[in-house]
Design a protein around this ligand. Structure first.
Ligand SMILES: C=CC1=C(C)c2cc3[nH]c(cc4nc(cc5[nH]c(cc1n2)c(C)c5CCC(=O)O)C(CCC(=O)O)=C4C)c(C)c3C=C
Ligand SMILES: [Fe+2]
Ligand SMILES: [Fe+2]
Length: 354
């Protein structure tokens, strides 16, 4: 490859048409960065504390004024919660790789996406976590160092919430603030009503139900909650969760009332969006609903909140209240259907770039 002999300084004497391979020619390389919530590095006190401290210090997650929150977090929550949450993580921990299931599956999603897009040599895929490791900044710098001038940032949340999607975007743009030569950054929006996503949910539910020798009286679609105050301030998350379930019901062709929206994983004493999953699960047997399935469409990846809280804790609540049959539907994870959703969303958002 012939390199020009001129260019002693970056823009001195460049010919008007640069030869292919010249460093100043656009590489045309494109990075895709999948970002999931995060995860502790271990289940013992200190790794749990480090993780929770980073997570719960995020102003997008906790909007309580700092002069109230700081002492509460540091003097109360971070002394008690690391132990309690560590025990819960212990129940779902991937012992083979010594990491949380969320990390294992997110990595696999990135690897499978890279394989699916490998026909285009311009595309580079990687993954990061909003809290804990690997950090977004390191991965953005890594993609830029590989020559990616354009990066698609994919916060792995089908429904937008300021506490999830926006905080991933904030962190990425914060990393760009330190770069002299920034890549162009495009962010993936919510895809709560994407037909490919709705179809994948419907198929995963139908396939899971087909493995049972019983039929549920009711299917709960349980989404992670947010404080009621955030909805009142205009967060669209609650509405988007309802939209996903409505479209899922239409796609399944089920009668009204066979799917129900609930919200799980409350944190703290304030009111969160209702109805609460745990209270619903405890009340259903008393209302004559003895067989239920729970699916969690808002979680792209199985994690503590789906495996321990729903498949573990809530199954127990249901049986204790007199329920007979309980099943938790696995998240889409890195299944074929799950990967089709991720790939389709990425291809659509890359339009104009590839
Ligand atoms: C899927 C969307 C999620 C929303 C919305 C969300 C809001 C939210 N979460 C907390 C507090 C905690 N969440 C925790 C775990 C956790 N949360 C999500 C997703 C959403 N959170 C996931 C995928 C996970 C699991 C991570 C894993 O490694 O498996 C935790 C940590 C665990 C614990 O100690 O209970 C906390 C704390 C708030 C306050 C909030 C809305 C403001
Ligand atoms: Fe959460
Ligand atoms: Fe939880």
């Amino acid at each position: 490859m012939d390199m020009p002999k001129t260019a002693a300084t970056p823009h001195a004497g460049l010919p008007s048409r640069l030869p292919e391979g010249h460093p100043a020619v656009r590489s045309g390389r494109i990075g895709v960065l999948l970002v999931n919530l995060g995860t502790p590095e271990g289940t013992s006190y200190w790794p749990m504390r480090r993780y929770l401290k980073e997570f719960l210090s995020d102003r997008r997650v906790i909007e309580v004024p700092r002069y109230i929150w700081w002492p509460l977090l540091n003097l109360v929550i971070l002394t008690t919660r690391p132990g309690r949450s560590g025990k819960a993580y212990d129940e779902v921990w991937n012992r083979e790789l010594d990491e949380s299931p969320l990390k294992t599956v997110t990595r696999s999603q990135a690897e499978k996406l890279a394989a699916a897009l490998s026909a285009d040599p311009r595309i580079e895929v990687d993954w990061a976590m909003r809290y804990g490791l690997p950090p977004i900044k390191e991965k953005l710098e890594g993609l830029a160092a590989k020559g990616c001038e354009r990066i698609l940032l994919f916060p792995l949340y089908p429904q937008y919430a300021a506490a999830t999607t926006a905080t991933v975007n904030d962190k990425a743009f914060e990393a760009l603030m330190t770069m002299r030569w920034q890549p162009a950054l495009r962010t993936v929006p919510q895809y709560c009503d994407d037909p490919v996503y709705i179809d994948a949910l419907a198929r995963s539910l139908e396939e899971h139900l087909a493995t049972l020798d019983w039929e549920p009286d009711l299917v709960l679609t349980s989404y992670h909650g947010i404080p009621q105050e955030y909805l009142d301030k205009g967060d669209p998350y609650h509405c988007q969760c309802h939209k996903t379930t409505r479209l899922l019901q239409e796609r399944l062709g089920w009668p009204d009332g066979r799917l129900k929206v609930t919200f799980q994983s409350r944190f703290g004493k304030a009111e969160w969006i209702k109805p609460y999953t745990d209270e619903t699960v405890k009340a259903l047997p008393g209302q004559g609903v003895r067989k239920i399935a729970v699916m969690m469409p808002g979680f792209v990846t199985d994690c503590l909140e789906t495996l321990e809280e729903i498949a573990g804790e809530n199954a127990e609540y249901f049986h204790e209240a007199g329920g007979e049959k309980f099943t938790a539907v696995p998240c889409l994870n890195d299944s074929e259907a799950g990967m089709t959703v991720i790939e389709q969303v990425v291809r659509r958002e890359l339009m104009g770039w590839i």
